[in-house]
Design a protein around this ligand. Structure first.
Ligand code: UN1
Length: 508
């Protein structure tokens, strides 16, 4: 396999693990990044430790003091150039994602496109950081609110979207006047290095390299300090509900803010009037796409009992045709899981569901492919008949397991969809406008995303992305998510010759 794209992205055999406007050799141990399709080491990273943490955060803060004074549309212009730089390197960046994370090339390029879309969105937003003006109750007074830069944003990302989630946060942070310090997943350090190499020339030319702070290192050295550090007023965390719980508590302790994107357990309902030619491909993409490792992956199929047998039969047939293999090869639909541990987690979940009486309709086994791929973390996506209330079905297992759960009508679908601790994404397939509207109404799905006749995954950046309950309540990307990266100030100006008090108070 040709890996010229690694050179094109400035990735070497051993790479520095920190960036503060310049690459810094880390003081920590060597981290090996492995190709999940072969188990082979792609490259190494000299990890950052506590000294690099302090250097990177200090540089970000110094950059903040200058960056916040740059007019927002000028900040947008620099983000426009960063977006162009990413656009120019879409091909190698997408290949790097496929190589290091294991999602198929099409999805790798799609992820880079998501980063480009975020840059474009942020450029426009940079001229629309609108505050309101209010009518004061006092004569001769003007009242308005304005949005000001907040400070350094800590961005902690997961392996499964190793570039897009940084872009969701950073592109908005930059136009809002904030630097970022990025702690990527230890499974995908090269994606972070490659992307940083693509955008840094734009920032460095302006003397603002430190806006793209990067720390590749263990949580204890570079993650934990961020949670405790008052120089980081906002921490955006993507990862498990369990870790998110401690992130939320620790940052709140110092009155810092968090944006949390935690676990999902997404239901897709198919009513008996649904167009199955739409529903089935949506289920396939939702459950097998990214090998079941999206937080928006379809995990529970809530299918009407009248059509359940047919849906199961057609899905099992479709699953039989899934090409499992090298994500770098066109035509592969399902790449490897991220690590051997993820394969084990999938096996454990299947053992639990079987012990409860779950019936495996297809898949679930570890797959050993020939040649170099023999060392890869491949599995066959599984479909399992299950009950919504079983403990393992209530959990998010980050693997391609689709639980099939029968429902009687739209209200049963809503009750079961909502009957889990997570609340990220949901979808219904129906031709009945009343059922569709019920699904998206106040008494419908309780998730942050509620779709009709499209699947649970693959959201566009234009909407706010995130979910309720144990998903953490955060929102990122489009809509008015930029507000999370700014501080709001209410300002009242008295232009009269008197000093009337609000609420009609007479004092003295
Ligand atoms: C994630 O899995 O962490 O909606 C993010 C989607 C993608 C983002 C997923 N646009 O599936």
């Amino acid at each position: 396999m040709t890996t010229n794209f690694l050179k094109e992205l400035g990735i070497e055999g051993t790479n520095p693990g920190a960036y503060d406007g310049r690459w810094i050799e880390g003081s920590g141990t060597l981290l090996e990044s492995r190709n999940p399709a072969t188990g082979e080491v792609i490259a190494r990273v000299r990890q950052a430790g506590r000294p690099e943490y302090d250097r990177v955060v200090a540089a970000a803060h110094e950059a903040f003091l200058r960056w916040r004074a740059v007019p927002a549309p000028k900040r947008g212009e620099i983000v426009r150039r960063m977006g162009d730089a990413i656009r120019h390197k879409k091909d190698p960046l997408g290949r790097l994602i496929a190589l290091e994370m294991g999602k198929i090339l099409q999805e790798g390029w799609g992820e880079v496109q998501e980063a480009i879309d975020m840059a474009d969105f942020a450029v426009g937003q940079s001229r629309m950081l609108y505050g309101l003006s209010m009518h004061s109750e006092r004569p001769g007074h003007a009242m308005r609110e304005q949005w000001h830069p907040l400070g350094t944003v800590g961005v902690i990302t997961a392996f499964n979207f190793p570039m897009a989630v940084w872009a969701w946060n950073s592109m908005l942070a930059y136009i809002c006047g904030d630097p970022c310090v990025w702690k990527p997943s230890g499974h995908t350090p090269l994606c972070a290095i490659g992307l940083t190499n693509v955008v840094r020339p734009v920032l460095e030319a302006e003397g603002f390299g430190a806006l793209a702070g990067l720390l590749i290192g263990p949580s204890s050295q570079v993650g934990q300090p961020m949670l405790e550090d008052a120089r980081v007023p906002l921490v955006s965390f993507t990862g498990s509900t369990a870790v998110g719980r401690t992130v939320a508590a620790q940052v709140a302790q110092r009155f810092g803010r968090t944006i949390l994107e935690l676990g999902g357990n997404n239901g897709l309902a198919i009513l008996d009037d649904a167009d199955l030619d739409l529903a089935l491909p949506a289920v396939l993409f939702g459950s097998v796409g990214t090998a079941g490792q999206r937080c928006t992956t379809t995990r529970r199929l809530l299918v009407h009992e009248k059509i359940a047998d047919e849906v199961e039969r057609r899905l099992v047939k479709a699953y039989g045709g899934i090409r499992i293999g090298d994500p770098m090869v066109e035509g592969t639909l399902c790449g490897p899981l991220v690590t051997p541990e993820a394969v084990q987690d999938m096996q454990n979940a299947l053992a639990k569901v079987k012990a409860l009486g779950g019936e495996v309709l297809c898949g679930g086994e570890k797959v050993t492919l020939p040649g170099a791929l023999a060392g890869g973390n491949f599995v066959r996506p599984a479909i399992v008949r299950a009950k919504n209330e079983w403990p393992i079905v209530q959990e998010e297992t980050f693997a391609p397991i689709l639980y099939v759960i029968r429902i009687k009508d739209v209200d049963d679908a809503i009750a079961k969809n909502n009957g889990v601790p997570q609340g990220l994404s949901s979808a219904i397939f129906t031709r009945d406008v009343r059922a569709a509207e019920r699904w998206t109404s106040a008494v419908g799905s309780d998730c942050g995303i509620a779709n009709v006749n499209i699947g649970t995954s693959g959201a566009e950046i234009g909407g706010a992305f995130g979910g309720e309950k144990e998903t953490g309540g955060g929102r990122e990307a489009g809509s008015d998510c930029w507000k999370a990266y700014m501080r709001r100030q209410t300002s009242t100006t008295n232009w009269s010759n008197a000093l009337p008090l609000a609420q009609g108070i007479q004092f003295g």
